[in-house]
Design a protein around this ligand. Sequence first.
Ligand code: SF4
Length: 278
Amino acid sequence: MSYESALEARIAKKATRAIVDFDLIEDGDRVMVGLSGGKDSWALMQTLDRLRERAPIAFSLVAVNVDSGYKDFKHDVIARTCEERGWEYRIEHTAIGDVMDDLLESNATPCSLCARLRRGVLYRIASETGATKIALGHHLDDFIETLLLNLFFAGALKAMPARLVSDDGKHVVIRPLVYVGEDEARQYTKACGLPIVGCCCPACGDLSFQRQRIKRLILELDREHPGVRQSMLKALGNVMPRHLLDRRLNPSGELRDSAALRHAETLPALIPIHSGQA
Ligand code: SF4
């Protein structure tokens, strides 16, 4: 069975590489796809569906949309699209929007609280539907933007994992689009005729100032140096803890590098010992 376009083949290849590199999907898995109705989640659902048809292993898919309860949210469009394509789905109606209004401090960015609340709902539904994996649509650009956001504004050198086991060990979150660019996801969703459904929340499309700045920075750098995004992604898989300053990874006083150790052992012979007499 061949792919319908070069774009589809390229995305399928990248997702397959991620699945292999990080052990994302195994034989017998039931994968629950977090389907927000945005371009990335549609691209993820379509990609996994294509891979499922061709994969040498058997796995099933169920799309889950968490409706935050905002007026005018077109969950019916999501439901109809899933039905037309023969995708198993579930729409979960919640009051996350109201809860956010109550919990959110003024001036705070809503998206991280929203993501935590939705994650909680996804975990619950995963248990109810017997899902063994929860797939999210984060792509390459999400990974590198998060890396720079943490680096510049949070004082931490971290992005996000392609595979994460929840704190209680009950759920595994996977991100099969880690090697797929945002542009590719956007083009693929459009080419497949999948309808982008806005979440209708007041913050929708209103990215934080820092994230907008990081997006612009990466865009400018990428224009000057095509390949900079790939290099950043590669860096996430090429970490050298001893060249960082985190003492939890590299306790001070421990010279584990044998070359450095040999060098250190020769130092006393090279440094003249003064007797204290002038
Ligand atoms: S834009 Fe709205 S719905 Fe989307 S993550 Fe942010 S707060 Fe949540």
